[in-house]
Design a protein around this ligand. Structure first.
Ligand code: NAP
Length: 314
């Protein structure tokens, strides 16, 4: 059986696409992925999603979006899309457990994963002092000392942003030269609240009672190990868009983000649409992802109608 539309990936983009597609009677099938709910499942309080004046927990927001989509008939299957065949329609989606689905159109909303340091203590303290999103979590560190790890534009931008809240921000970078563009470096260097620890490798995140207390580092030249006291650690070492499973069948940027046609969510493959962080290296916010999810569902609806595949156009 061929579906009208399959949505691959759940996060604000996928869930919103599911709500809109379901309300348009497209009876969407949603492939949830190995980490249903996406990056927001790793955060605690979300204070910048409109409509929640007292904040909402990231997992609760995702659960509510899923329920809202189910209420209109969206169907969810657990599983990770391992590969796709986009060479002809219906498109085929292959799940890791061997299941195969077919659809006339696809919405790809597999997100991007923040890269992590993968050092001891980090995973345990995510959402409890370790964060990968300054915009989301900076406010929680008002008048506190923070460390930002990374030497790229994101690290400079996040460190500079975090000085609005923190009493002091220390950038820890693994080399003695930064990767960031000159303008971003200069902005950070001219900020009196930013301190620098260059050419040092993070070894372990220290914490107790669900709170970060320090970052253990090794100075690369001297091999000396030091503990930097901190109440927050922002890991800003880049994101990885989750596009490997497409195996080059959809156009991406050099670092793997899906490319959409200007003003729409269409990819270079007719019938394949992209929304959320998998196609957005710039904003990466829950609300922007949700907005593009809405756009993708509306684009799909119009595209299916143009193909005369919709049985009951709304
Ligand atoms: P990025 O340019 O890839 O930089 C990642 C940084 O993290 C690098 O300094 C890297 O060190 C470091 N790093 C990577 N893995 C690490 C590890 N395991 N341990 C310690 N450090 C590690 O990523 P990004 O800063 O997120 O930027 C991504 C793209 O977005 C870039 O093209 C950037 O220009 C763009 N961007 C632009 C703006 C802006 O213009 N406003 C803002 C943000 C991002 P090495 O340098 O040693 O490799």
């Amino acid at each position: 059986m061929s579906e009208h539309v399959i949505i691959i990936g759940t996060g604000p983009a996928g869930y919103t696409a599911a709500i809109y597609a379901a309300r348009a009677n497209l009876n969407p099938l949603v492939i949830e992925g190995d980490e249903p709910g996406g990056q927001l499942m790793l955060t605690t309080e979300v204070e910048n999603f409109p409509g929640f004046p007292d904040a909402i927990l990231g997992p609760d927001l995702m659960e509510a979006m899923k329920k809202q989509a189910q209420r209109f008939g969206a169907r969810f299957v657990y599983g990770q899309a391992e590969s796709v065949d986009l060479s002809q329609r219906p498109f085929r989606v292959f799940i890791a457990d061997g299941t195969q689905y077919q659809a006339d159109s696809l919405i790809i909303s597999t997100g991007a994963s923040a890269k992590l340091l993968e050092i001891p203590g980090e995973a345990d303290l995510i959402g409890h002092g370790v964060s990968t999103c300054a915009t989301c979590d900076g406010f929680f560190f008002t008048n506190k000392r923070i460390i930002v790890v990374g030497g790229g534009d994101s690290a400079m931008e996040e460190a500079t942003f975090l000085t609005r809240y923190a009493s002091e921000v220390t950038i820890v970078h693994r080399r003695d030269t930064l990767r960031a563009s000159k303008v971003m470096q200069d902005r950070a260097r001219n900020n009196p609240k930013i301190k620098w620890v260059m050419d040092a490798t993070p070894l372990e995140v220290l914490g107790s009672n669900h709170r970060v207390t320090g970052l253990k580092i090794r100075h690369n030249q001297s091999a000396q190990v030091e503990v930097l006291s901190t109440e927050g650690l922002f890991v800003s070492i880049g994101h990885r868009p989750n596009t490997d499973f497409l195996k080059g069948q959809v156009q991406t940027t050099a670092i793997g983000y899906l490319v959409t046609n200007p003003e729409t969510t269409e990819t270079n493959i007719p019938g394949v649409f992209a929304c959320g962080d998998v196609a957005d290296s710039r904003y990466r916010q829950a609300i922007t992802a949700a907005g593009t999810g809405c756009r993708a569902a509306m684009d799909v609806e119009r595209w299916l109608e143009s193909q005369k595949h919709v049985e009951n156009p709304v």
